[in-house]
Write a protein that binds this ligand. Structure first.
Ligand SMILES: *Cc1c(COP(=O)(O)O)cnc(C)c1O
Length: 869
């Protein structure tokens, strides 16, 4: 007989443990090992089978297992302890409440195309998403009034399989949202909350979901509704999938739909953080709201700008979305009128005249008060990339700064190491990770104890790696012999390097494979063998990345690499955690300077895993010569091949001469003393700085709080401050061509004694501008060739380039000059006096506009420099 209906009978939670349901739906469990224990203890194999997804776990666990747990007094003790901790966590006043009580409840909204919070919610592709996830977790820890906005992808990114030939296969499973830690938002009448956006010729409806991450909520938009046509239902199908039309539609859903969802939820953020250009359309929706409310569009621009923050995450062109004018016309043709703009002005919001495209990064930059890259080096690279939009402004003074990425330490730190830290570090170390004192006692951990925990984690990692390989071979229907062989792969005693990340070609997964013979000698050394574990997904459209995977896969089947080099499939948060906690060395070999930050090495460091990396991204800020290893040199390369060659040589030499001897130098008890010292130095120097608590506090202090205050001010008094600033900018721009420094008089001594003052006088033409509207200043700094060490590299990676400006000052200091008199011809005489530090310095004089409401000295990027004097 056939069945006519199906019904699913789900287990009921016994009263005594009823709150497990709530625990399962707050991602707090993901950084709280005892919370995960509550699920694992009920049924460990099931917990693994559902891939640590507690919602699915509770749907699949047997009723009698729940009943049994509810009768077990040890279990109940743990349960009560965890629930108390959760309640405390959610209600106790936190850092933000103490630092900024006046800003309680003033919401900061964070828009991102991807969030990587936990493996049970696979809607991330790599570092950008992981960073967003860790950002939310720290925002929660710190008690910041913070919400996330993202898309709920029906198929997430993709699941990676490696087939028999070594090709990556991308699988797109349908995620069942009802088995995930998300919940639809309902209206008071019980109906689901739906918002909509207009796409050409139609309206697309979006369901709003929420996910709790501690105290923070991430709102997700989902287009998979029967009200939408089949095509539109797939708009939120895949992360970074589809064609240009899909991409722009997704970005409209995220940016515009996201603002509408917040409004429908009655959330009115004071500050808006655009995490990468994908979300920048939120600016257009906020402009539209104001214009519809009767605010003139030019004033609305200043009002929108006041509370906006933009973070750019990569110098790689693929990370900067651009759309053609036709595409913009197709999707935004209706908007010009609504915004009271003509086509030209509208496109001008993000237009790149040289490339003749609408650039999402430019849109975000032009309408943000605060803009940053994600490491010091990436800040420099970004300024270099965008300098042509800031003519005449010294690179280091461009309004693009940097905040270096971090990681959420408790999400990455192995529970076994947490237990070790509980024994040796000061009480409360978990909440004081930024304090160097917290880490001082690492020195006192007995070396054999630290080493024993590391070895334990390594063995666990190797078990999981073998399971992964066995799974691949089973799935590929390989012979039993090949499946059994896996049990002998990877040696817990061998020095193990981990390399796992997105397989973008600039990350050079194959750098270590350049010299096969040299590598063969290293892996087959009978006394001091080396082994390497690779993992990572290539974007389904990135053929070169997939070929890299195949190349590595083929190597893993050849002698002498077999069993010593392996490729694990489906790199995700769970696998990342395992590898980052269990390998000895974490390798990172990007082609400098294309790695904006990178964060996986920070996750490694907190686990005592040694970071070995090219000095790119965050690593130059952390590496002190004794806390890890640096590959290659800091220099410009005219040619990628030469750069790769040099970096590979440097890496082999480092392994042969330093890393391998140090790792295998053991004391009587088999403990590598010097290596453990290195682990300790790494633990003491890296985690206190490279964590998201420090990072989110910086965002708060430098951007969020000033943005909130600007938003309050600019929108207050019926937008008067916004209007005044707009009028000021307009007047200055219209009159700037007449501003000039006519002459400068300075002592012409070529050398002076320390402490001698330098007197400078300048005659400045201001036209119709008043002296209070400008700053006339002496600028001085170091001279010397300014050409960037990596300018050549930027060249070959087709980044935005400009003609090299003539020699620039570096480490610029500014000294204001004072107006002395108004000359009969209407010009102004300024004087200044300066005592210079010792050394050879360059100096000059300039004029720039000033306004008390500027977020940055070059918010209006205009400047007039002195002619040669
Ligand atoms: C941390 C992490 C990344 C980012 O690592 P990089 O250092 O930027 O390469 C990517 N994927 C996963 C799963 C991660 O956990």
């Amino acid at each position: 007989m056939y069945f006519v209906r199906t019904v699913t009978v789900v287990p009921k939670l016994p009263d005594k443990i009823a709150r497990l349901g709530e625990l399962a739906r707050n991602l707090w469990f993901s950084w709280h090992p005892p919370a995960r224990e509550l699920f694992r203890q009920i049924n460990g194999p099931l917990w693994e089978e559902v891939r640590h997804n507690p919602v699915r776990f509770l749907l699949n666990v047997r009723q009698d297992e729940l009943e049994k747990a509810a009768r077990d007094s040890d279990y109940l003790d743990l349960y009560n302890q965890v629930m108390n901790e959760l309640d405390n966590y959610l209600t106790a006043p936190a850092w933000f409440d103490r630092e900024y009580p006046q800003h309680a409840g003033q919401v900061i909204a964070y828009f991102s195309a991807e969030f990587g919070v936990h493996e049970s919610h696979p809607t991330y592709s790599g570092g950008l998403g992981l960073l967003a996830g860790d950002h939310c977790k720290s925002a929660s820890d710190l008690g910041i009034p913070f919400v996330g906005v993202g898309l709920l992808y029906k198929s997430g990114y993709f699941t990676q399989r490696i087939n028999r030939e070594g090709w990556q296969e991308a699988h797109y499973p349908y995620l069942n949202f009802y088995e995930m830690p998300v919940k639809p938002i309902t209206n008071p009448d019980g109906s689901e909350l739906i918002v909509s956006v207009e796409l050409p010729g139609r309206t697309v409806y979006l369901k709003v979901w929420q996910m709790k991450v501690g105290r923070v909520v991430i709102y997700y938009l989902d287009a998979d509704l029967s009200r939408n046509n089949m095509q539109d239902r797939t708009l939120t199908g895949q992360l970074y999938g589809g064609d240009r039309d899909t991409r722009i539609s997704q970005e409209i859903i995220l940016g515009i739909g996201g603002v509408r969802a917040l409004r429908a939820l009655n959330i009115h953020p004071r500050a808006w953080h655009i995490n990468e250009g994908h979300a920048a359309f939120l600016l257009l929706e906020r402009l539209r709201e104001l214009v519809q409310a009767g605010v003139p569009v030019d004033v609305a621009r200043e009002a929108v700008r006041a509370g906006t923050i933009f973070t750019t995450h990569t110098p790689v062109p693929a990370g900067h979305d651009v759309f053609s004018a036709e595409m913009m016309e197709k999707y935004f043709g209706q908007w010009y009128e609504q915004l009271h703009m003509d086509r030209e002005t509208f496109l001008g919001l993000g237009w790149d005249e040289e490339q003749r495209v609408f650039n999402m990064t430019l849109l975000a930059m032009r309408l943000s008060s605060f803009c940053n890259g994600v490491s010091k080096l990436h800040g420099e690279v970004t300024r270099e990339m965008f300098r042509r939009f800031y003519p005449g402004i010294p690179l280091e003074e461009m309004p693009i700064t940097s905040i270096t990425n971090g990681v959420h330490h408790l999400s990455w730190l192995a529970p076994e190491l947490q237990a070790l830290f509980d024994r040796h570090l000061k009480n409360g170390w978990r909440n004081n990770i930024c304090r160097p004192e917290t880490w001082v006692n690492v020195a006192a951990i007995p070396p054999d104890e630290l080493w024993a925990v590391h070895c334990q984690l390594k063995e666990k990692m190797i078990r999981i790696a073998r399971d992964n390989l066995r799974g691949q071979r089973l799935c590929n229907q390989e012979p039993a012999l090949r499946i059994r062989e896996v049990e002998r792969y990877l040696d817990p005693a061998a020095l193990t390097i981990g390399f796992a990340r997105r397989f973008a070609t600039y990350k050079r997964a194959n750098l270590l494979l350049r010299d096969r013979e040299r590598l063969a000698r290293l892996v087959s050394d009978p006394q001091r063998p080396l082994q390497i574990i690779f993992a990572g997904k290539a974007h389904p459209a990135d053929r070169a990345g997939q070929e890299l995977i195949k190349q590595i896969y083929e190597l893993t089947n050849q002698e002498p690499f077999k069993g010593r080099i392996v490729f694990l499939e489906n790199y995700d948060i769970a696998l990342a955690r395992t590898l980052l906690q269990g390998v000895d060395v974490w390798l990172n070999t990007p082609r400098r300077p294309l790695e904006a930050s990178g964060t996986s090495g920070q996750k490694a460091a907190v686990n005592g895993v040694i970071h070995c990396s090219v000095l790119d991204g965050w690593w130059p800020e952390a590496y002190d010569g004794e806390n890890g290893f640096a590959v290659g040199e800091i220099r410009a390369y005219p040619d990628e091949d030469i750069q790769d060659q040099d970096d590979a040589c440097s890496l082999y030499a480092l392994l042969e001469e330093t890393i391998i001897p140090m790792y295998y130098d053991r004391d009587r008890r088999g403990v590598p003393r010097a290596w453990v010292e290195l682990m300790k130095r790494s633990l003491q120097t890296i985690p206190p700085q490279f964590n998201t608590e420090r990072m989110v506090k910086e965002y708060c202090r430098l951007f969020y709080v000033p943005a909130v205050e600007r938003d309050i001010r600019f929108t207050g008094d019926n937008y008067t401050p916004a209007r005044q600033l707009q009028e000021f900018k307009q007047r200055i721009a219209e009159n700037w061509s007449r501003v000039a420094i006519i002459s400068v008089k300075a002592g012409d001594a070529k050398s002076m004694g320390v402490g001698d003052p330098l007197h400078i006088e300048a005659v400045v033409q201001l036209g119709s501008l008043a002296p209070e509207e400008v700053a006339v200043e002496i600028v001085y700094g170091n001279t010397g060739d300014q050409s960037f060490l990596y300018s050549e590299v930027l060249d070959t990676s087709c980044l935005v380039r400009t003609a090299r400006q003539q020699e620039q000052l570096r480490n610029i200091s500014r000294m204001p000059m004072t107006p002395a008199e108004r000359l009969p011809d209407g010009n102004h005489r300024y004087t200044g006096r300066l005592i210079l530090p010792q050394g050879t310095l360059g100096y000059t004089v300039r004029v720039r506009p000033v306004h008390p409401d500027f977020a940055h000295i070059f918010e209006l990027p205009l400047v007039a420099w002195a002619p040669a004097f």
